[in-house]
Design a protein around this ligand. Structure first.
Ligand SMILES: *Cc1c(COP(=O)(O)O)cnc(C)c1O
Length: 647
């Protein structure tokens, strides 16, 4: 027999078969593989010698009473993604001889957890990596965590007077916040705030592009989008800024075509359009200097490398090349200086580093015994029994004629249908109907065993597996831990993290323990398509069956896993400084706290405290007046108290 054509059976299944089946080489971005034990390994630095056996890791975490379900974050992966993003842009900048640099920001909404943002700030320091804030609460996080005076702080979202004043004061504090005007009336508030404080913020404009938009957020962009200025609005805004003497602070053009852009052509169109607008703004007399291409850099969740829902038809490098090349061409043609390029890539940075690991508690059962013959069965039941006997006579080996299996299944379905009709009309007792159903299951099971020997499964029998599929009960709240799977039908790679040297002989989906009809995971990646059932192993009695959900570090995580890692500062330390000034090192605050921030593991008191320390420094350096410093702290304290403003 030809070895290569022999289908893998239970006995000769290898980890290579599992790798192919679950596709982890295609979506894993070189972070995941399978070892000879059949366990998933994680190589956070994409090097074999620093790899961890995920199953062993889970066991050791469990030994420390960290029980499943568990969200495991690999900070090295986060750092590696950040490095790859920067390397891709550096490479493109060199290749196209771009006269400018790339300076990214992380959109805080993508993963607001304190140590995630902190980690990104720490390892992003060497590139002056900054943050993007989309609300007041995020602005607060961004203000306190960006300590690098060169890092950018892009301020999006709805902005009231105090938001704008905060950014002006933060600029005086030595930060680089850029307030992006997204709605036409925001310019008035910027002008008012600037007059009030006698200082201006750095200003950006968000353009509403007419180019096609992308993905499931597609309708939030384009000409009817909620955010962004139309061309007439841009022109009016420029004039207003000019009249208010603020045109000199207009430094950035921003656009955002939606998250998870899956087709690179969409990005190219947007870049060309934005490039022209940038040139025109320059012509109108704004100094500009920054072009922010927003988010949207996609993640290939299913590894199909196609412009489909869960994939992208481009790589990180393609993306960087297109941004750099398009903007270079545009600026060169118009003979203007090339801007600093900014992207607000969230998903591309934060998806890979976290894995949600959960165990299964059991499966639904399928009747597996052949019901005994009572000797007085009706014709319909006898037909079903006879069909089952015929199936059993088909030998279980590779000489199987698949058309015979098909025929037997057709007969079974026909007789089962007869049984149901007879029951409906009152000719079949409920006990007989039960026997009919059990016989149908038995036939399906016998057929399915034989299908394993067929190279090609006849079309009519592909659904047979579905009939035999099981529900695996997951020890998880899908609502909490995998919200995007139900909220927006996001697909994530899901697979067992062990037993991968064993053939998965069962098909199933997951249901969680919440009795919630949404508590179901029944959409799985399938090379560009979606499948409803996943290949799984039969659960062994006394052994945990452990499943991993991958690439969920962006958005997804924000709602799950809430624990507070550190307590609050609760003493006041005043220090006298040499220049006869003083410094507040620690302050005890009242009971004004934001639960939202705390839930994301930020301690509002400490955030405030850090800003207080920073403003003390600015006071000492005579950059900030004491009254302005107290105004800044006031704004932030107020917004902390008003949790309704926090999103
Ligand atoms: C959500 C969002 C982002 C992040 O998008 P990703 O696709 O995660 O990179 C960036 N900018 C703005 C304005 C956003 O709304």
């Amino acid at each position: 027999m030809n070895q290569a054509n022999q289908p893998s059976t239970k006995n000769n299944w290898t980890v290579v078969d599992s790798t192919n089946l679950y596709g982890l080489n295609r979506w894993g971005a070189d972070y995941f593989s399978i070892n000879q034990k059949g366990h998933i390994t994680v190589s956070p630095k994409r090097e074999e010698d620093s790899s961890l056996d995920l199953m062993e890791l889970v066991k050791e975490l469990e030994d420390r009473n960290l029980t499943l379900p568990l969200l495991i974050r690999f900070d090295d992966i986060l750092e590696d993604r950040l490095r790859q993003l920067h390397q891709s842009f550096e490479k493109a900048i060199n290749q196209y001889n771009y006269k400018g640099r790339y300076q990214g920001v992380f959109p805080v909404k993508c993963n607001q957890h304190r140590h995630v943002v902190e980690e990104l700030m720490t390892c992003g320091r060497r590139w002056n990596f900054g943050l993007e804030a989309g609300s007041k609460a995020e602005l607060l996080i961004a203000l306190s965590l960006v300590e690098d005076s060169k890092a950018l702080l892009i301020c999006n979202g709805y902005k009231d007077q105090s938001y704008i004043e905060t950014t002006i004061l933060a600029r005086q504090l030595g930060r680089q916040p850029i307030v992006v005007i997204e709605q036409a009336d925001e310019v008035e508030r910027i002008i008012t705030a600037s007059n009030e404080l006698g200082a201006a913020p750095l200003i950006g404009l968000r353009a509403k592009l007419s180019s096609r938009s992308s993905g499931r957020w597609g309708n939030s962009i384009g000409e009817n989008a909620k955010f962004g200025l139309s061309i007439p609005e841009i022109l009016r805004t420029v004039e207003k800024l000019r009249n208010a003497n603020l045109l000199n602070d207009l430094r950035l053009l921003h656009f955002h075509v939606g998250s998870q852009i899956n087709d690179i052509a969409i990005l190219k169109d947007a870049l060309q359009e934005a490039g022209q607008i940038y040139v025109e703004l320059h012509r109108l007399g704004a100094p500009m200097g920054h072009l922010d291409v927003g988010g949207g850099l996609g993640v290939d969740y299913d590894g199909s490398q196609r412009a489909t829902e869960a994939s992208t038809n481009y790589s990180l490098q393609n993306y960087a090349n297109d941004v750099v090349a398009t903007i270079k061409e545009c600026c060169e043609f118009n003979n203007i200086q090339m801007p600093i390029l900014i992207s607000e890539s969230g998903r591309a940075i934060a998806s890979h580093f976290s894995i949600l690991v959960f165990n299964t508690l059991g499966t639904s059962t399928i009747p597996e015994k052949v019901p005994p013959n009572t000797g007085q069965e009706s014709l319909i039941i006898r037909n079903l029994r006879e069909t089952l006997a015929n199936i059993k006579q088909i030998p279980e080996n590779s000489s199987i004629d698949s058309s015979k299996l098909q025929e037997a299944w057709n007969d079974t379905l026909k007789f089962k249908e007869d049984a149901l009709n007879a029951f409906r009309l009152g000719y079949l007792k409920i006990t007989e109907r039960s026997v009919a159903e059990e016989l149908t299951w038995s036939s399906a099971m016998e057929l399915s065993k034989r299908l394993e020997y067929c190279d090609v499964i006849p079309e009519g029998l592909t659904a047979l597996h579905t009939n035999l599929s099981k529900t695996y009960y997951a020890n998880l709240s899908i609502f909490r831990s995998a919200p995007d799977t139900w909220a927006i039908n996001q697909l994530f790679p899901i697979m067992p993290i062990h037993r991968l040297d064993e053939k998965p002989t069962q098909l199933g989906h997951f249901a969680d323990l919440t009795c919630d009809s949404d508590g179901k995971l029944a959409r799985f990646i399938n090379s560009g398509e979606v499948k409803q059932l996943l290949e799984l192993h039969p659960i062994k009695p006394n052994e945990k069956y452990v499943i991993g959900m991958f690439l969920g570090g962006a958005y997804q995580e924000v709602m799950g896993n809430l624990h507070n890692l550190f307590g609050s500062t609760n003493s006041v330390h005043i220090r006298v400084t040499s220049d006869r000034g003083y410094r507040l090192d620690h302050v005890v605050r009242g009971d004004t706290k934001s639960d939202v921030l705390q839930a994301m593991e930020h301690d509002p008191e400490e955030l405030l405290e850090r800003l207080r320390i920073a403003s003390e420094k600015a006071i000492q350096n005579r950059k900030l007046k004491i009254s302005d410093a107290s105004r800044l702290i006031d704004h932030i304290e107020t917004s902390l108290r008003k949790s309704t403003y926090l999103t």
